[in-house]
Design a protein around this ligand. Sequence first.
Ligand SMILES: Cc1cc2nc3c(=O)[nH]c(=O)nc-3n(C[C@H](O)[C@H](O)[C@H](O)COP(=O)(O)O)c2cc1C
Length: 342
Amino acid sequence: MTATATQTSIRTATGPTPGARISVAPMMAWTTREQRYFMRQITRSALLYTEMVTTGALIHGDRERFLAYNADEHPIALQLGGSDPAAMADCAVMAQDHGYDEVNINVGCPSDRVQNGTFGACLMGEPQRVADCVAAMKARVDMPVTVKTRIGIDHQDSYEFLQAFTRAVADAGADALIVHARKAWLSGLSPKENREVPPLDYARVHALKADFPDLAMSINGGIVDLDTAAAQLEHLDGVMIGREAYKNPYVMAAVDRRFFDADADIPRRGEIVAAMRGYISNHLAAGGALKDVTRHMLGLYHGQPGGRAWRRVLSEQGHRKDADLNVLDAALARVEPTEAVA
Ligand SMILES: Cc1cc2nc3c(=O)[nH]c(=O)nc-3n(C[C@H](O)[C@H](O)[C@H](O)COP(=O)(O)O)c2cc1C
């Protein structure tokens, strides 16, 4: 299905949650196109985000390389890093022309490099600029324009501050807000620490949704299983899962059945690996390396018998220059053939 921000989440007692926005977070160096193709073998319906791409890279760099994706990756959102409304609008047009299902503005990433470029979490301190970006983008495209943000930055962490930011982007026409439920410290903490140290405050995001009932809102941060995701959907329109979906990708296997379609299949791990073979063959034939793909598959058998051996074989043998599908077979031979489904 194509994700739109305006879908409502109507729940039945036992069935799936139509329209829920279950997504996999944008993660630099992790949510590459190879990882997204792999994730797509696990869930057909979750919305997948690209890594952040800066407006500078798209306008001055190898645009086609940054925008390329496999048609099977839909629904897919392009995440942009930037703060110049005209440049953001140009890049939104590129996203639309390339068939992306959503374009998202990064207002959550606290890294130094990003602060220097005036984008990411520091933009929370400039709500009007973010609003101007949203408005400029909405004026040029008819796809959903969404904003991924934090609950605050540095000492600007009051509820009123978050409310004012939200009001600005909502009034500018943003189709949805994705809130990482912790603030960011712009200096003093590394990006990694900024994903762990500031405490999560889900209640604040729930309150924000209650204050902005017409704005589709997803929550992000620390969600590691589908029961928790379902509980969040009692308050919000969507749930975005980051690190757990990467490190333990099979956590997403029941997403389609649980949140989208009661008849959806839950793929077995072995089926997921089988579905990757053709993609890997093509990747190798095009001159790519096995590890470009298999590095994202290391966690597939997390917690399963043979799961460590799977990871070890793929990581030790996968980086060799001549590594091919035989490495995948060798890894597969180390895991239980009769694994349970989610
Ligand atoms: C390796 C890595 C790279 C990330 N890169 C981005 C990024 O490019 N853009 C972004 O908005 N957030 C980025 N994030 C933050 C995630 O999107 C997410 O907000 C964060 O990990 C919290 O969610 P989680 O607890 O489910 O992982 C990154 C996180 C990780 C672990």
